[in-house]
Design a protein around this ligand. Structure first.
Ligand SMILES: Nc1ncnc2c1ncn2[C@@H]1O[C@H](COP(=O)(O)OP(=O)(O)OP(=O)(O)O)[C@@H](O)[C@H]1O
Ligand SMILES: N[C@@H](CCO)C(=O)O
Length: 354
């Protein structure tokens, strides 16, 4: 029996980097890897349903049913949008995951990008990077994590304003984009999934100084992005918006300069749009970000919440251990245990065929 196999690798990401809420993302050197094989024969009488196995982060909680698992549901959505209703026969997927769930390191963004790439590869669809991003943005509606996970590096993105028809298509409830259950035997399944409008997301990659590493200080509890978005206000003062815009404009260039300037970057990584509201969900957050500074910890450039949290991201050129261990001491006063890792900026997603 003939078969195909390939491997998909998607990096972790940190979104926001302080003032860039829903705008900037950084790919990091932890990854989600899918090792995939399937039969190339399409004899429906001997159809063997998909089998998923998992190892690493999230292995105990992730659903292995392909109609419930986020990655395979996204893949099936991409396939159905191209007239392919079933996974290929004998599909076997092993996921090896280094990205902790619900910690602000882009685990869901990575799962969505892995799903889009899986659908593209299984259907041999040859979708462009821009089109892959359209599909990802139908599922994860803020572009910062998914764009950085797909293309890699330090990336800024925006969503295009869509005309009325396109914005209706893009605002279809996720349950319709990604139904959870397979059709009953013999039943046709929703023949018209909502197609993503073209060109939803646009991005640019900024320079990144190679001397900068990311210290991820990871509290041992999960915080779902939905909950962390739920505490944010729906409107902001002009003063707070200008505060963030001024800093973001400086930050996107400052992190590419050599040598990076800690005085410029520390202030440019402050935020008034999401962090002040999320401190209620992350005890110790303001204490860590205000106590660890370039003066107390030479080598530190800036410190912020990673994505929706609870991970703290410290950008630094040296002194990584003392930054992380001092953050540990502060968090422990609030009864929170942490793990920490020193990460590099990673390349974007890749697909390797064997
Ligand atoms: N590899 C994966 N496979 C399947 N589902 C996953 C995978 N990774 C994450 N998920 C799903 O995404 C959820 C976490 O998403 P959530 O958006 O809350 O956090 P996050 O993406 O880790 O953080 P952030 O968006 O702040 O960076 C998990 O609880 C799980 O349901
Ligand atoms: N920009 C998003 C990233 C989390 O996925 C947020 O902070 O809610």
């Amino acid at each position: 029996m003939s078969s195909r196999s390939f491997k998909i690798t998607v990096p972790a990401t940190s979104a926001n980097i302080g003032p860039g809420f829903d705008v900037v993302g950084l790919s990091l050197s932890l990854s989600l890897t899918l090792s995939v094989s399937h039969s190339t024969q399409s004899n429906h009488d001997s159809y063997v349903p998909p089998q998923i196995t998992y190892s690493g982060e999230g292995a105990e909680e992730v659903p292995l049913d392909p109609y419930k698992n986020l990655t395979t549901r996204v893949a099936l959505y991409v396939l159905r949008c191209h007239g392919i209703r079933l996974f290929p026969s004998d599909l076997v997927i092993h996921c090896a995951n280094e990205i902790p769930f619900g910690r602000g390191l882009g685990s869901s963004g990575a799962a969505v990008i892995a799903g889009v790439l899986l659908g593209n590869e299984l259907g041999q669809l040859n979708l462009s990077t821009e089109r892959l991003l359209d599909f990802a943005l139908m599922v994860e509606r803020h572009p910062d994590n998914v764009t950085a996970a797909l293309v890699g590096g330090f990336v800024g993105s925006y969503l295009k304003e869509l005309d009325q028809e396109a914005s209706e298509a893009a605002s279809v409830p996720l349950a319709e984009v990604l139904p959870e259950y397979p059709p009953d035997a013999g039943e046709e399944w929703g023949l018209n999934p909502p197609q993503p409008p073209y060109g939803i997301g646009h991005y640019v990659r900024f320079s990144w100084s190679e001397s900068i590493k990311a210290v991820a200080i990871i509290p041992r509890f999960e915080l779902s992005t939905a909950k962390a978005r739920g505490v944010l206000p729906t409107s902001y003062s002009r003063k707070d918006l200008v505060f963030n815009l001024q800093r973001l404009a400086v930050l996107t260039t400052a992190l590419g300069q050599n040598p990076p300037d800690p005085e410029l970057i520390y202030e440019a990584m402050k935020d008034r749009v999401h962090q002040p509201y999320r401190k209620t969900l992350i005890p110790g957050l303001p204490e860590v970000t205000s106590t660890i500074t370039p003066t107390t910890h030479p080598g530190l450039l800036g410190i912020c919440l990673s994505g929706a949290g609870p991970t703290i991201l410290a950008l630094a050129t040296s002194n990584f251990e003392s930054i992380a261990e001092d953050a540990r001491k502060i968090f422990s006063r609030f009864g929170i245990e942490i793990d920490w890792k020193v990460l590099d900026v990673a390349p974007g997603s890749s697909v390797t065929r064997s």
